[in-house]
Design a protein around this ligand. Structure first.
Ligand code: ZN
Length: 671
């Protein structure tokens, strides 16, 4: 019998036949698919015909269809519904996949064909889209070192391997430091802590075999502890332990690792012909130039710092009223900010929740997509990988466009967080395929299931990514849907969050689970106002980290990153009572891998765009302005990576975004 993963899927819309796939099918399917892909690549490389777009680039696009099937099914279940067998498979697969893809980028005969096409690019008569796919493919190979020869090629391999092991060590040291520290709390040390924090502290204690509640360095426990504990001495101890992660001396110290990583990245960029790692990294981003990133961050820094300084005065005054003298310290900020939040906003989360029913919020996300883009959603009754999964047939004017799958509830077999992935991406070549898109979240189950405000935002966020996949209308899979620059990919998702905040959407869909009543206007106002609370603090801690990240990767790598960090913060005038969101020895975003190295700014870059893009609707006829919606689909949601992102944004908005809408959105605008 043939492997069900690689067989033709005779299911509605060719969705993976999960109910006939067993865990034992994955390993043989992967081996077979890798072998087939290798054979396809070898055939493309060995083609005796001179290279053409069709026999090289288009052939590469069409290769690996079996591999796509195996990986899409496997990574879906490994992330959303794992078990020990799937975890073991994942450990076995990752070195195999890494070796497979690095062998492709090191294939010299294949690269010679790409390089020849690249040299002739102006004479090939390519469409804009094809020219872009050629550029991206060629650039991807060059960036992974395909054009290097001899000693340089060997050194590049060494650096890549060393960086991978340093990244792993960095992450493991951080985990070890987080695991090794905890603080027991006696009964009289629970002052100020609400029941839910004490419960979490007890659960953490039980997990560690302690007799009572403890504080650990897990963000989900230490942050509420710092917000609520009225014991200033304990807050100080906990805060300092949190800040010392990765910098405790001994075997788990990350400071030397950070220095070595930065030096190797600098060398890597030099081998590939760039002035600095930041120049290398930003080449593929919308921002392009480290100078533009710095300008953006500095434009936000000034107003954020001013707001934080003003807030510090208010908090210091509250601390004085508590009879505490001395300066407001980093372990005081969250505590007094929380008190201030209660005094100024008194938003009762418990009273809010019944208004945010999961099913109604899904309806709300769909209804906005119906009004904006004419999409319709019809439930599909099909077997998926878990009974909690739901699926919809997404159509427009009666035409099938995509399948949308929602897997919303938390369970032990699911990794934490929320994400959107395409089990199949839209493409027209080698044959037309419609997307199968999945949103995975970790909401608590209930009858009915109720969401927090953050949960509801997450639901809209992930659905924004799903729209980017479902509305994709390009020729090639490699540039389809969310295959765009990192600092552009969060635009559709963060933008979609704005529709949750539209009062008429909340009034219609945020109805009470018991009474069916719409959310009262004063609650709605409080929810919207509370979203901006303490933004000075949040912006300062984030922007400081982003500026340190950028400084690390621009110019010559610093021999002593801690000294460089201190220098950057001193120059900025970092407020005394605010720490970086991620200080160097535990800045996993930029050191545990290189996904966000010199790219930590990208969250804010996207926010600048989403605020500015939503303002385009507000400046027109409002959130559902049909012309703006059509432009959003035409220039951003349907175009994937087929054009330069800055060009796309300008096509939508008529200009690049400024920071004004972001400052206004965060409540940081002057006046
Ligand atoms: Zn996202």
């Amino acid at each position: 019998m043939s492997n069900p993963i690689l067989a033709t899927w005779a299911t509605p819309f060719q969705i993976a036949p999960f109910d006939s796939i067993a865990d034992d099918d994955f390993a043989p399917a992967l081996d077979q698919a890798l072998a087939e892909h290798r054979a396809e690549i070898d055939a493309i490389a060995a083609n005796p015909e001179p290279p053409t777009f069709a026999n090289t680039i288009e052939a590469l696009e069409g290769a690996g269809q079996g591999l796509d099937k195996v990986l899409s099914v496997f990574f879906t279940v490994a992330g959303a519904d794992s078990n020990p067998a799937r975890e073991a498979l994942q450990r076995a697969f990752s070195p195999k996949l890494a070796a497979h893809f690095s062998a492709i980028s090191a294939n010299k005969t294949l690269f010679a064909r790409l390089a020849a096409l690249w040299d002739q690019r102006d004479d090939l008569g390519l469409t804009d889209e094809r020219a872009r796919v050629l550029m991206l493919t060629h650039r991807g190979f060059v960036r992974s070192g395909a054009a290097l020869e001899g000693a340089e090629e060997a050194r590049m391999k060494e650096i890549t391997a060393r960086l991978a092991s340093l990244g792993t060590a960095f992450a493991q040291n951080l985990l070890a430091d987080e695991r090794d520290w905890s603080m027991d709390l006696a009964e009289d040390e629970l002052q100020g802590l609400p029941e839910f924090v004490i419960d979490a502290a007890r659960a953490a204690g039980a997990e560690k075999g302690r007799p009572g509640p403890i504080v650990t360095l897990s963000r989900s426990l230490i942050v509420p502890f710092l917000q609520f504990s009225s014991r200033r001495d304990l807050r100080q101890v906990a805060y300092q332990a949190w800040g010392a992660r990765g910098a405790n001396g001994g075997e788990t110290d990350n400071r030397d690792i950070a220095a070595e990583i930065l030096a190797l990245r600098g060398e890597q960029a030099g081998l590939l012909g760039y002035d600095s790692f930041a120049d290398f990294k930003l080449e593929t981003e919308m921002a392009r130039d480290p100078g533009r990133v710095r300008d953006l961050l500095m434009a936000v820094w000034g107003p954020a710092r001013a707001r934080a300084e003003a807030d510090a005065e208010v908090l210091t005054k509250m601390m004085r009223e508590d009879g505490v003298n001395g300066e407001l310290e980093p372990w005081d900020w969250r505590y007094y900010a929380q008190k201030r939040r209660l005094a100024e906003h008194d938003l009762d989360e418990a009273a809010l929740k019944p208004y945010l029913q999961l099913d109604r919020m899904i309806e709300a996300a769909f209804a906005c997509a119906t009004r904006l883009f004419g999409l319709n959603f019809k439930p599909l009754d099909i077997a998926l990988y878990h009974p909690d999964c739901r699926a919809w047939d997404v159509t427009r004017n009666g035409k099938h466009l995509a399948v949308f799958i929602g897997d919303y509830f938390s369970r032990a077999s699911k990794r934490s967080g929320a994400w959107c992935s395409a089990m199949r991406s839209q493409a027209k070549v080698p044959h037309a395929q419609t997307p199968v898109v999945i949103n995975v979240c970790n909401f608590a189950k209930g009858d009915p299931a109720l969401l927090s405000w953050d949960d509801a935002r997450t639901l809209f966020h992930e659905f924004g990514h799903a729209l980017h996949q479902m509305l994709s209308d390009v020729t090639y899979e490699s540039i389809s849907g969310t295959s765009v620059a990192r600092d552009f990919v969060e635009l559709p998702s963060q933008l979609y969050e704005h529709w949750l905040e539209v009062p008429e959407v909340l009034t219609k869909f945020a109805t009470h689970a018991d009474t069916g009543q719409a959310m009262p206007r004063d609650m709605l106002d409080k929810v919207l106002a509370a979203a901006n609370f303490d933004m000075g603090f949040q912006t300062v801690e984030y922007v400081a980290s982003a500026l340190v990240d950028l400084a690390f990767h621009q110019g010559k790598a610093p021999a002593d990153p801690m000294a460089k960090q201190a220098e950057v913060l001193a120059k900025l005038g970092m407020p005394h009572a605010i720490g970086m969101r991620h200080a160097t020895p535990h800045f996993a975003h930029i050191f545990a891998g290189d996904g966000y190295s010199s790219a930590y700014y990208s969250y804010m870059w996207s926010e600048v765009m989403d605020a500015d893009a939503f303002a385009a609707f507000e400046e027109a006829a409002g959130p559902f302005d049909p012309e703006r919606a059509a432009a959003l689909e035409k220039f951003i949601l349907s175009t994937g990576g087929s054009k330069d992102p800055a060009e796309l944004y300008i096509a939508f908005r008529g200009r690049l975004p400024g920071v004004e809408a972001l400052l206004k959105g965060r409540g940081l605008a002057a006046g």
